[in-house]
Every structure is written in structure tokens, then in C-alpha cells.
Design a protein around this ligand. Structure first.
Ligand code: GLU
Length: 479
């Protein structure tokens, strides 16, 4: 089959894309790109009760937004399709028949209640809960009776009483005993294939050479190896990476804060920053470098280096990286990425002078941590959004402030020329006229001009506002 590596990301569209799954996708994608292999996207949508089309749409959007382009999959048909499990049901049926013919499966008529009863009884007697094989022993006649009574069977795989092993690329030699595992369902009573069954058939038929996924799937891999053996398929190479954990070292979940790619996207995290962060988590790059471009990450990627211990998700660090990416983003590009956030914050940018607006963004971009914060940084340049904060009000109430603002305004009234020069000259004039210097000189001017006590360099703010707007803002405090 394929001689170049083929990996896959196989999400179930049962929720928004979790950053943990995005990281699995990223590992697979980097592995493929690093090795010149194929990255396949397969949608595992056989759990009809939990899958939703909207999740599927969001999933594709999120992957595209992250830049994780797939070589085959939905919207990119290849030689191994279809790439949605719900469109492959006939394939699973054929494979079930193959196992039936080899007497490796049997129908199970147990109800949920019966299974639960068995589970509780095992727990009570301090034995490991698992299916004890009740229906394996049914006679043909007993099966016919169940069918006649209208019971729809699921199909269980006969787990062999053997030892199974595989070498995990990250974890090394893994071994498990068939005796510890009950016969498991491969096709549900509604006719849909169970995950472990469909995944083995698909990974084999799609020529997947490496299965890279989270360590929470290790117990599934045990079952999958049995199915590979049963079908006589050579198993792929497995690599189970560590999971992302919250600060308390439990699996990262909603109670830790934002966990979906969509949420971070809405916050205004740049896809490059999220990718960089997820690539960094749990696996270190050369010489402790932390900011790496997509290409650098691909070059430096090595699965063996992915750490075996859980990686703690640190949102502050993600924000730190994001600020770096925002700062380094060309302003032109940033302005267009900011559009949805500006709209949401109530700014109509289409009526603005683009050169002026470019200057505004150029000035504030060093202070942005996320794109969603943009409104609270640019409001100082918009008269309808500008407001004096309590802190700035206090500065302006100080006895020494009024003469400062007054002198500054006085100079402006007759000044002409380049705004930066006007600003410097006005400061010089104010200093000489009032005898005030340092903080007491600059703070009242900043407070009156921006309504804030902190912000970008004042000479640049002044240049963007222009003399007339500045005068208007100074007026209420200059009398
Ligand atoms: N559909 C499975 C999941 O989303 C795929 C696991 C795998 O990679 O095999 O967890």
C-alpha cells in the first residue's frame, strides 16, 4: 500500500473542537508535513444521538482557521473515500459478515438493564466489571426465541484468551491480557458500528501507517489490536501522546475556563499563536525556543520528543504568545483581522480614513493581548467613545493641573505646522510658563487628551488626534 506515511485526524462531531483534540490534529499534521506524508481527515459520525451537523461545520472551519489543511477528507475527496463514517456503513456490514463467517462474533441480546445488573454484581463481589459472555453460550434455538420476541441484537467480538502487545512510539512496549477484557460490542443493536470496529476497518482501508492520538485511547488500542489480528490486517504504528491538563492536573475541561478552539478564536487569539502554543505544550523544541513559525515547528517536530507526562494548559502563556504575534503582525494584515472585533465593539470602520486608522492600530498594537480588546484601546481616538475615567478625573482635579492644561491649550490655539513639533513646543511652553515638570506636567495633559492615566506615547496620540480635536478635549479643563 502507501509507502509514504499516512496519518489521520478522526474527530467525532459531538461538540466544539477542544484544544486537546486540536493538538492531536496538530501533531498528526506536523508529522505528515515533516515527513512529506499525507494528512487525512475522517469524520467519525456514527453516534447519531450525539453527532450534529453544526459541530461538523464548525470543526472544518476551526481546522481551516488553524491552517491545518488536510490532503484528503470532506471537501477534498481522495482515493480512499468516503471520509465520513456515516457514508461507509456498507463497508462495515461487509466486515461484520467476514468476522461472522470466521465465527469470531456473536449476537448479544442483553438489555441495558441486564448489563447494568451484571456490572453492579461484579463490582459488589469486587471483580472487574466487564461483559461475562452470557450470550456467547446461547444455542441457535435460544437465539431464534430472542429474535422472535423482537429483540434486536448487538454484535460482540469474541475476545481471545491471549496476551497482546504493541510498541508505542512514545510509550514503548505495551502489553495487555485478553482475560481482563470482556467480549466487546462491534456493531450496536441499531446496526451502527461501534468506534473500535469502524476505526480499525477505516484505518486499514485508508492505508493509515501511524495512529497518533491521546493516551485516553490506550485501552481502545488494546481492543483494536485484537480486531487487526482477527481480520489479518497489519496494525499501524501507534503513538499515544499525553493529554492537556488543567492547573490541578486533571484533564482540561470547561471548569478550567475556555477549552474550545472556537472560544479562543472569539477572544481574538491568532491561529498562529494557538498553533505555536499547542505545539509547544508537552514537547519542547530545540534549545528551549518558544516562538516558532509554522515552518520552524514542522522542521523541529519529532514525535519521540512529545513528553510522556501531562502538559498543563497555561492561558496566561497563550496570551503572552498571542501578544507577540499581534505585535509582529503587519499592521495592514492586523487591521483586516480586527474587522469582526471592531464591528462587535461598535466601530464602523468603513467610513474612516484608512491611513489615519492604520496609524491608530500601529500605535496601539503593542498593547494588545487579544484582538477582542481592541475597542478599549482605540476608544481614546473616537469622540463618541472617549470618556474621562475616575482616575483621570482625580488627576485633573488637582490644583496644579488646571494651569498646565490651560497653558498647553493656549499654545495650541496659535500653533501651526507638524503635529509632533507642535506637541514638543507646547510641552516646552507649558513647562516654562507654569514651572511644573515631570509627572505633574504630563499626567494632566494625558488625562485631558485621552481620559486615561496610561496609554500609548502621548506625542503619537496627539499626532493622531490632531490639534483641533486636542483643543476640544482640553477646553473643559482649561477654564
Ligand atoms: N473519533 C475518535 C475521537 O474523537 C477518534 C479517536 C482516534 O483517533 O482513533 O476520540
Amino acid at each position: 500500500m502507501a509507502d509514504k506515511p499516512r496519518v489521520r485526524f478522526a474527530p467525532s462531531p459531538t461538540g466544539e473542537l477542544h484544544v486537546g483534540n486540536a493538538r492531536t490534529a496538530l501533531f498528526n499534521w506536523m508529522f505528515a508535513r515533516h515527513q512529506g506524508g499525507d494528512f487525512v481527515l475522517r469524520i467519525e459520525d456514527t453516534d447519531e444521538s450525539r453527532s450534529a451537523l453544526s459541530y461538523q461545520v464548525n470543526l472544518l472551519n476551526d481546522l481551516t482557521w488553524l491552517g491545518l489543511d488536510w490532503d484528503e477528507g470532506p471537501q477534498k475527496e481522495g482515493a480512499y473515500g468516503p471520509y465520513k463514517q456515516s457514508e461507509r456503513l456498507d463497508i462495515y456490514t461487509r466486515h461484520l459478515q467476514q468476522l461472522e463467517a470466521a465465527d469470531l462474533v456473536y449476537p448479544c441480546y442483553c438489555t441495558e438493564e441486564e448489563l447494568e445488573e451484571e456490572r453492579q454484581a461484579l463490582i459488589l463481589s469486587k471483580r472487574m466489571p466487564r461483559y461475562m459472555g452470557k450470550c456467547r453460550k446461547l444455542t441457535r434455538q435460544e437465539r431464534q426465541q430472542k429474535e422472535a420476541a423482537g429483540r434486536k441484537p448487538s454484535f460482540r467480538f469474541k475476545v481471545p484468551d491471549e496476551t497482546f502487545q504493541f510498541d508505542d512510539l512514545i510509550r514503548g512496549a505495551m502489553k495487555f491480557e485478553g482475560t481482563a477484557i470482556g467480549d466487546f460490542i462491534i456493531v450496536r443493536s441499531n446496526g451502527m458500528p461501534a468506534y473500535n470496529f469502524a476505526v480499525v476497518i477505516d484505518d486499514h482501508l485508508m492505508g493509515i501507517t501511524h495512529v497518533i492520538r491521546g493516551e485516553d485511547h490506550l485501552s481502545n488500542t488494546a481492543l483494536q489490536i485484537m480486531l487487526y489480528n482477527a481480520f489479518g490486517f497489519p496494525p499501524p504504528t501507534f503513538a499515544h501522546h499525553c493529554l492537556i491538563l488543567g492547573r490541578d492536573r486533571s484533564k482540561l475541561s470547561k471548569r478550567h475556563g475556555s477549552v474550545s478552539v472556537g472560544e479562543f478564536r472569539k477572544q481574538g487569539i491568532l491561529p498562529e499563536a494557538l498553533m505555536n502554543y499547542l505545539g509547544l505544550l508537552g514537547s519542547s523544541f530545540t534549545e528551549g525556543r518558544e516562538v516558532l513559525s509554522r515552518e520552524e515547528m514542522i522542521t523541529a517536530f519529532s514525535l519521540e520528543r512529545a513528553s510522556k507526562s501531562g502538559a498543563i494548559f497555561d492561558e496566561e502563556k497563550l496570551h503572552w504568545l498571542n501578544a507577540i504575534y499581534i505585535r509582529n503582525c503587519p499592521t495592514e494584515d492586523l487591521v483586516s483581522r480586527l474587522q469582526p472585533f471592531l464591528e462587535r465593539a461598535g466601530y464602523k470602520t468603513d467610513t474612516l480614513d484608512p491611513v489615519w486608522f492604520h496609524q491608530v492600530i500601529d500605535l496601539i498594537k503593542n498593547d494588545l493581548t487579544t484582538l477582542a480588546e481592541v475597542g478599549s484601546h482605540i476608544d481614546i481616538f473616537f469622540d463618541d467613545k472617549f470618556a474621562i475615567t475616575a482616575e483621570a478625573g482625580q488627576i485633573l482635579e488637582k490644583a496644579s493641573s488646571c494651569p498646565v492644561v490651560k497653558a498647553f491649550a493656549e499654545y495650541l490655539k496659535t500653533a501651526a505646522g507638524n503635529p509632533q513639533e507642535i506637541y514638543l513646543a507646547a510641552i516646552k511652553y507649558t513647562k516654562e510658563k507654569t514651572g511644573v515638570k515631570g509627572k505633574d506636567l504630563f499626567m494632566p495633559i494625558r488625562a485631558a487628551l485621552t481620559g486615561r492615566v496610561h496609554g500609548p506615547e502621548l506625542d503619537k496620540v496627539f499626532a493622531i488626534l490632531g490639534k483641533n480635536a486636542a483643543l476640544n478635549r482640553l477646553k473643559p479643563f482649561a477654564d
